[in-house]
Design a binder for this molecule. Structure first.
Ligand SMILES: Cc1ncc(COP(=O)(O)O)c(C=O)c1O
Length: 415
C-alpha cells in the first residue's frame, strides 16, 4: 500500500536525477536506525550507500542527536556575517587541526557543490590581475551540480557532459592515467594561463568510482608548485576515512592548497561542507581595498546545528579507531566482491577502503527495485557504455548487515 503522504506529494515533488516519465515511486522511508532504512510498509533495508556516503556512523546516532538537541535549545541559527558563535569557531579550529599545518583557513557552506565553487573562487581570486584564468580538471570527475562544478565534471560521459564548453572560464580536462612525461608536457602547455587544478584524490566518485595511484597526486603537486598553480583536493567523497585514512591526502602524503570536505562531516545529519585553504591563499585576499575580500556568504553559513552535528561526528571519528575499522571493512568487501569478478556481465571489481565497486556491461546491473526486494538499498550508476554498482555503506556496518548486502548483490548477479 502506498503511503498517503507519498500519494499527496508525488504530483508536486521534483525528484533528484529522476526521469519522472518512467521512474517508479521512490521507497517511502519512515525512519532510519544504524545501517537500516525503515520503510512505511514495515520492511527494513540495509543501506549500502549511506545516504550518498554521509551516514558514516549509521543513522540516528545518539551522540550526534544529543549535541544537536542541546544546540537547538541554545542557538539554532544566527547569521555568520558580523556575528560569531562558539560552535562554528571551535569547529573551524578543530577542522584546521586535522590538516597539514599550512591549511588553516576554514570557510563553511551548506553543500559540497558550493564548497567547490568557493574553492574555485579562492584560487581564481588569488590569480586576479594575472593571465591565469583557466582550470585543469580530470576526465571521469564529478564535482557537483552547480554550474561551475558541472563544467568541471567529465565533459563527455557524465550526466553534466557539455557544460565545460558553456563555462565562463576555460577548463582543460586531462586524462588521469598517462605517463609522467606525457602529463608534464600536457600540464606545461596550459600552465601559463592556469590558476587552479582540481582533483578528487585517489577515488573519483559519482563520475564512475574509479581509482588512481598516489603518484598521480604527487606529480600533480610537483607540477602545480613548479608552475604556480593552486591545487584543490575535492575530498567531499573521500574525506573522513572513506578510502582508509582520515583523508586521501594523508595516504598520498600530498598537501594541496585547498581541501574541500562535506558529506560525512556531520555524519549524515545536517548539511555542512567546508573549504580549508592555505594561509598563502588567505593572505592573497588581504589589503586595504574592501573589494579584495572573498565575496561569498551563504545565508545558512556555519549553521550552528550543523556545526554541532559536525563536532559530534568528529568526536565519534576521534573515538572510533576508524583507520583499523575501515581496513577491516576493506578486507570484507574484497572477500565478498572479488568472487563476483567472473559473473556474467562483470568487467571489474575494485575495492578501496569502505568502497566496493562492481563495474558491469551496460544494462547488466540489477535495479534498485530488485535489490530492495532482497532487503538492501543500492543505486547503481548507469553510463552509456557501462553500469557501476557501488557499495559505500556506513563505516560502522556490522557483519550481518554487510553480509546481507553482499548476498543480495551476489544473488542478483547470476551466471
Ligand atoms: C567529490 C564530490 N564533490 C562534490 C560533490 C557535491 O556535493 P553536494 O552534493 O553536497 O553538493 C559530491 C557529491 O556527491 C562529490 O562526491
Amino acid at each position: 500500500m502506498t503511503a498517503s503522504w507519498l500519494k499527496l506529494g508525488r504530483r508536486h515533488v521534483w525528484r533528484p536525477y529522476c526521469q519522472h516519465q518512467t521512474a517508479p515511486d521512490p521507497l517511502p522511508v519512515v525512519g532510519a536506525r544504524g545501517c537500516r532504512l525503515l520503510l512505511a510498509d514495515g520492511r527494513s533495508l540495509v543501506d549500502g550507500i549511506a545516504s550518498w556516503w554521509t551516514a558514516a556512523h549509521g543513522y540516528a546516532h545518539p551522540h550526534i542527536a544529543t549535541r544537536v538537541r542541546a544546540q537547538l535549545e541554545q542557538l539554532p541559527h544566527v547569521a555568520f556575517g558580523g556575528l560569531a558563535h562558539e560552535v562554528g569557531y571551535t569547529l573551524a579550529a578543530r577542522l584546521a587541526s586535522l590538516f597539514p599545518e599550512s591549511l588553516n583557513r576554514v570557510f563553511f557552506v551548506e553543500s559540497g557543490s558550493v564548497a567547490v565553487e568557493v574553492a574555485l573562487k579562492i584560487a581564481l581570486g588569488a590569480a586576479r590581475g594575472t593571465a591565469r584564468t583557466d582550470v585543469v580538471a580530470f576526465e571521469g570527475a564529478y564535482h557537483g551540480d552547480t554550474f561551475a562544478t558541472m563544467a568541471l565534471s567529465d565533459p563527455v560521459e557524465s550526466m553534466h557532459a557539455g557544460f565545460a564548453a558553456r563555462c565562463s572560464f576555460p577548463i582543460h580536462h586531462f586524462p588521469i592515467s598517462e605517463s609522467d612525461e606525457a602529463f608534464a608536457a600536457r600540464f606545461a602547455s596550459v600552465a601559463p594561463t592556469t590558476a587552479a587544478c582540481i582533483i578528487e584524490p585517489l577515488l573519483q566518485g559519482a563520475g564512475g568510482m574509479r581509482l588512481h595511484e598516489a603518484q598521480v597526486l604527487r606529480r600533480l603537486r610537483a607540477a602545480c608548485t613548479k608552475h604556480g598553480v593552486s591545487l584543490i583536493f575535492d575530498e567531499v567523497a573521500t574525506g573522513f576515512f572513506r578510502t582508509g585514512p582520515r583523508f586521501a591526502l594523508d595516504e598520498a602524503g600530498v598537501v594541496p592548497d585547498v581541501v574541500v570536505c562535506g558529506k560525512a562531516l556531520t555524519g549524515g545529519t545536517l548539511p555542512l561542507a567546508a573549504v580549508v585553504a592555505s594561509d598563502g591563499l588567505f593572505d592573497s585576499f588581504l589589503g586595504s581595498d574592501p573589494a579584495m575580500a572573498l565575496q561569498h556568504g551563504p545565508t545558512y553559513m556555519a549553521n550552528p546545528l550543523a556545526c554541532a552535528a559536525a563536532h559530534a561526528s568528529l568526536d565519534l571519528f576521534d573515538a572510533g579507531d576508524f583507520g583499523a575499522r575501515v581496513s577491516a571493512l576493506q578486507a570484507k568487501l574484497k572477500a565478498g566482491l572479488a568472487p563476483l569478478a567472473t559473473r556474467r556481465g562483470v568487467r571489474e571489481v575494485r575495492i578501496k577502503g569502505g568502497v566496493g565497486v562492481v563495474e558491469l556491461e551496460s544494462g547488466a546491473a540489477p535495479s534498485s527495485a530488485s535489490l530492495a526486494r532482497r532487503g538492501v538499498f543500492l543505486r547503481p550508476l548507469r553510463f552509456a557504455d557501462r553500469d557501476v554498482v557501488y557499495l559505500m555503506p556506513p563505516l560502522v556496518i556490522d557483519d550481518d548487515d554487510l553480509g546481507a548486502l553482499l548476498a543480495a548483490l551476489a544473488a542478483e548477479l547470476t551466471g
